[in-house]
Design a protein around this ligand. Structure first.
Ligand SMILES: *[C@@H]1O[C@H](CO)[C@@H](O)[C@H](O)[C@H]1NC(C)=O
Ligand SMILES: *[C@@H]1O[C@H](CO)[C@@H](O)[C@H](O)[C@H]1NC(C)=O
Ligand SMILES: *[C@@H]1O[C@H](CO)[C@@H](O)[C@H](O)[C@H]1NC(C)=O
Ligand SMILES: *[C@@H]1O[C@H](CO)[C@@H](O)[C@H](O)[C@H]1NC(C)=O
Ligand SMILES: *[C@@H]1O[C@H](CO)[C@@H](O)[C@H](O)[C@H]1NC(C)=O
Length: 340
């Protein structure tokens, strides 16, 4: 009964982009853990926009004074006060690769307590994701105030909406928190990854493509059951409207020129093909031998948390994930338990 997000995403993207990948063979309910996240987000179902605005607390923005130049954003929407080992590994890798610029983690469940490692990372900022503050009084409040959204928003939609709101406010790089940076990702200008929907997005806040995404998102009729509605579908529509002069020009380079964006190869952010996601946690694979040409060029390692989170990693083992964690998040890795 679940619409498989990746499957739909691939269908969506192959319509527009060239794609030889077919996720449909992969028998996993990728998003079977989608759930009603009203309570962790303090979303009260029956409120109207004006009621919402009234209750908006004039909360001081804790780091309004930081420079958002070359900022990296992560969003964690599952409502827990801390990050999983794997997520925190992604954060350390980003903090290291982008050490001259802020890395900002928004968490729906953040309770104000930072781990010692986080406190000592000078370019890391952690903040509670406050949707009222982020979205009310913006063009996106239509979706946010929609009764269907308020009744039972799902995590993916909250995350899709928030990343666009953040990018529109500050510009910057958004990455899903299951991407471990192996090197800086700030040399591509504004970019999107071919065939990756909205998992990695870097926009200038005035980017015409981002402005279009924002505009379309604010005018959408919310439908809870449509997983890609606020993500891949909107992006696809915006790319089509802004980057293509006509429907048959399926050419990334031309499209990119028209809308001032680079479409980068999927392998740079996902050197592991989808059918190997699980193997990378279970088999002993040497990082130096694994697809060396691809890995050498790659910028990030996408570990597809929704597929692999339930697979334990043994700290004494040499699965690819363990090798990557050791190498790219060495500080926090030391404190991981034997099985993580
Ligand atoms: C931002 O403001 C806070 C609180 O006023 C202050 O502690 C912090 O040092 C400031 N940061 C910068 C980069 O100015
Ligand atoms: C916040 O959550 C952490 C667990 O992640 C816990 O150790 C800490 O005591 C909590 N702090 C408060 C103020 O509730
Ligand atoms: C979602 O959760 C909220 C808060 O717990 C509840 O009021 C609402 O009825 C739930 N919605 C659905 C559709 O279950
Ligand atoms: C952002 O990062 C890139 C890549 O490191 C750098 O070339 C650029 O100058 C940075 N932008 C600013 C405004 O510092
Ligand atoms: C690796 O760690 C696991 C879990 O702690 C343990 O069961 C296993 O015996 C260890 N293997 C080796 C070779 O030390």
């Amino acid at each position: 009964m679940f619409v498989k997000r990746w499957q739909a995403l691939t269908a969506v993207s192959s319509f527009l982009f060239f794609s030889s990948v077919h996720y449909s063979k992969f028998e996993t309910n990728f998003f079977s853990d989608s759930k009603n996240v009203s309570s962790s987000l303090n979303i009260i179902p029956t409120q109207s926009t004006s009621e919402l605005r009234d209750r908006k607390s004039p909360e001081a923005t804790p780091f309004s004074n930081i420079s958002y130049v070359n900022a990296t954003f992560f969003i964690e929407v599952r409502g827990k006060p801390d990050l999983s080992c794997r997520q925190i590994c992604a954060v350390e890798a980003a903090v290291t690769a982008h050490s001259d610029y802020p890395v900002i983690v928004y968490m729906t469940g953040f309770n104000g307590t930072l781990s010692p490692w986080m406190e000592t990372s000078p370019n890391l900022y952690v903040r509670k994701l406050n949707l009222d503050e982020l979205i009310l009084n913006t063009h996106l409040e239509n979706v946010y105030a929609d009764k269907n959204f308020r009744d039972s928003p799902i995590v993916e939609h909250v995350s899709d909406l928030s990343r666009i709101a953040l990018l529109k406010q500050h510009g910057g790089l958004y990455m899903d928190i299951d991407m471990i940076l192996m090197k800086p990702a700030l040399n591509f200008g504004s970019f999107m990854v071919k065939n990756q929907g909205n998992g990695v997005l870097r926009f200038d806040e005035a980017s015409p493509l981002l402005v279009k995404v924002y505009e379309l998102l604010g005018n959408i009729k919310y439908n809870r059951d449509d997983y890609n509605l606020l993500g891949a579908k909107i992006i696809k529509k915006a790319v089509k409207e802004v980057c293509y002069s006509n429907d048959c020009a399926l050419d990334y380079e031309k499209a990119g020129e028209i809308c001032y964006i680079n479409f980068v190869d999927n392998e740079l952010f996902s050197p592991v093909p989808w059918f190997e996601f699980k193997k990378l946690f279970t088999r002993n694979i040497n990082l130096d031998n694994f697809r060396p040409k691809v890995v050498k060029k790659a910028v990030a390692f996408h570990f597809a948390g929704h597929v692999t989170n339930s697979i334990p990693v043994f700290k004494n083992g040499s699965s690819l994930f363990n090798e990557i964690a050791k190498k790219y998040c060495p500080k926090i890795y030391r404190s991981f338990p034997d099985i993580y």
